[in-house]
Design a protein around this ligand. Sequence first.
Ligand code: NAG
Ligand code: NAG
Ligand code: NAG
Ligand code: NAG
Ligand code: NAG
Ligand code: NAG
Ligand code: NAG
Ligand code: NAG
Ligand code: NAG
Length: 499
Amino acid sequence: MTNSCVVIPCTFMFPNGARTHHGVNSIWYFGQPYPQLFPPVVFKSRTDVVHESYKGRTKLLGDLNQRNCTLLINNVGTEHSGKYYFRADLGGANIYTYPDFSELKVLEQPNIDVPEEILSDENLELTCYAPDNCPEMTPEIQWLFTDYLPDPEFTSEYTEESNTAVLSNTLSFTPRPMHNGQLLGCRVFYPNTTLAYERHITLDVKYGPRSVWVNVSSEVMEGSSVTLHCEVNSNPAARISWMFGEQELLWDTAANVSLALDDMSAAQEGVYTCVGDNGYGAMNASLYLSIKFPPREPVVNSSLTVLEGSTLALHCSTQGSPAPTLTWLKDGELVGTIVADELSVLEVFEVTPQGAGQYRCLAENEHGRASSSLNVTVEYGPMLLDESKCTVVREGVQCVCMAVGNPEPTIEFHLPDLNVTINQTDGRYNYYTHTDGHTSTAMIKLREKGDRNGGAAVNVHCSMSNLYGTHSVLLELQQESTSGDTLRTQQLLSVCHSV
Ligand SMILES: *[C@@H]1O[C@H](CO)[C@@H](O)[C@H](O)[C@H]1NC(C)=O
Ligand SMILES: *[C@@H]1O[C@H](CO)[C@@H](O)[C@H](O)[C@H]1NC(C)=O
Ligand SMILES: *[C@@H]1O[C@H](CO)[C@@H](O)[C@H](O)[C@H]1NC(C)=O
Ligand SMILES: *[C@@H]1O[C@H](CO)[C@@H](O)[C@H](O)[C@H]1NC(C)=O
Ligand SMILES: *[C@@H]1O[C@H](CO)[C@@H](O)[C@H](O)[C@H]1NC(C)=O
Ligand SMILES: *[C@@H]1O[C@H](CO)[C@@H](O)[C@H](O)[C@H]1NC(C)=O
Ligand SMILES: *[C@@H]1O[C@H](CO)[C@@H](O)[C@H](O)[C@H]1NC(C)=O
Ligand SMILES: *[C@@H]1O[C@H](CO)[C@@H](O)[C@H](O)[C@H]1NC(C)=O
Ligand SMILES: *[C@@H]1O[C@H](CO)[C@@H](O)[C@H](O)[C@H]1NC(C)=O
């Protein structure tokens, strides 16, 4: 360690006969063994002329006569690191240069052995070393910043190898993810001196993802934008990927990854999963995005025409989120039940003519409403209306026949007694028809003629017909007053007779 001392153990050999009576002298060189190259002189037994940087620092501890060349260097600095060569001068021409050397390393900081990879939850051993080659001072080793380590253990060891001694202290504990980035230190000091040395290391604890944070499940409106965040706690940073079903939407190697989704559509509803994987482990977290949208325009049957008495099933289907309620309205009035379902079926049993109209299916949710309609047309055979009758009027008898039906009925009057059918084309009668929607009205006037000696009574039949049937009724002659009855009847009879 810098500023401490070091003893370089040394012994040397020479042939016994080479020894002279002058005694043995020695030189220690730095860097080179050959005097011709003028290497710095570390120590010289004959004089104290040494290289500047070794002045007052070196002392030969060994007894040269015992072939012991052990050298002490005091107050070493890093500049003294290097190779040291011994040269023995036995007098005369017997000067020996030895190729062997001792290499000195002067440390400013202790060395710490750190495994190449530190894994979480696996026992870790860190060893700090201090050289112990200065006889005047004995080092001690201390670990620093170990207060928060779980059950740290310290083991001291002393090893001596090829005349150099090393003191070591091994710290062992089981690191956890929380210890990643933690500072640890080793301090080497010599008691009763001011000399102390420290080395700090930062723990790089590898661990698979410990947590994956994603947003909570949420609801978003169709067409809007959302940003989903994912944060993974791992070391090293994980490959973070955002998955939608089997599809990988985005990935990056980072501590967090944001997924931006624009113009959300209903098809993007579902589970979004963020997966973190760093080779030491994998973990994932999911959320559900539901897409809200107003009801789509409902799909209903197309307009239809049915025969009276048939049974109909009208279908209405739509989509919306949340699920819309479906309501059937007929001509603006609520019919059927309100359902909260994708499909509503309105059943109309044995439809009557009144069942015809506009059927509207209305879909509603909190985001809006939409509707579609269809028209139902009901067809039916002709039916006589109560207004149908014959009345006696001044000019004769007037018969009115009114009938409903779909398609609208055609009306004919029959005078069976006279063996004639009166319809529009028959110009001989004062005949008139009118249709209004499904109602047909026909009227004839039978004029009074002079002949009062009429024969049999004339019956007026009204015949109405359409695609679905023909119907014939005898029209009642309504009396205006009791007094006029006979006369009117007579008049009618005479009219009919004259016809
Ligand atoms: C050489 O001298 C040193 C210092 O006196 C001594 O500690 C060491 O034991 C000696 N070596 C041998 C091999 O005698
Ligand atoms: C340090 O000094 C104290 C008293 O001066 C002495 O008792 C102790 O043994 C010394 N320690 C060492 C390691 O020299
Ligand atoms: C997700 O979380 C981030 C950070 O808290 C936030 O900014 C973002 O709006 C959240 N996204 C959703 C859809 O909630
Ligand atoms: C996401 O990671 C980046 C670096 O990768 C960091 O700067 C940023 O603060 C992180 N954001 C969040 C919300 O953690
Ligand atoms: C998420 O983790 C679970 C449980 O570890 C695993 O079964 C699943 O396959 C993972 N999902 C993805 C998409 O990696
Ligand atoms: C209405 O449409 C549905 C489905 O398309 C069909 O099953 C049903 O018979 C239709 N109803 C009528 C009265 O045509
Ligand atoms: C239904 O009838 C009404 C009026 O008769 C008409 O305005 C509307 O367009 C019709 N609807 C369909 C779907 O045919
Ligand atoms: C009506 O005419 C047919 C033949 O045209 C005839 O056979 C029938 O007898 C007539 N009926 C009356 C009541 O005159
Ligand atoms: C009118 O009556 C005549 C004779 O009964 C018949 O031939 C004709 O087709 C009828 N026309 C219409 C429009 O009903």
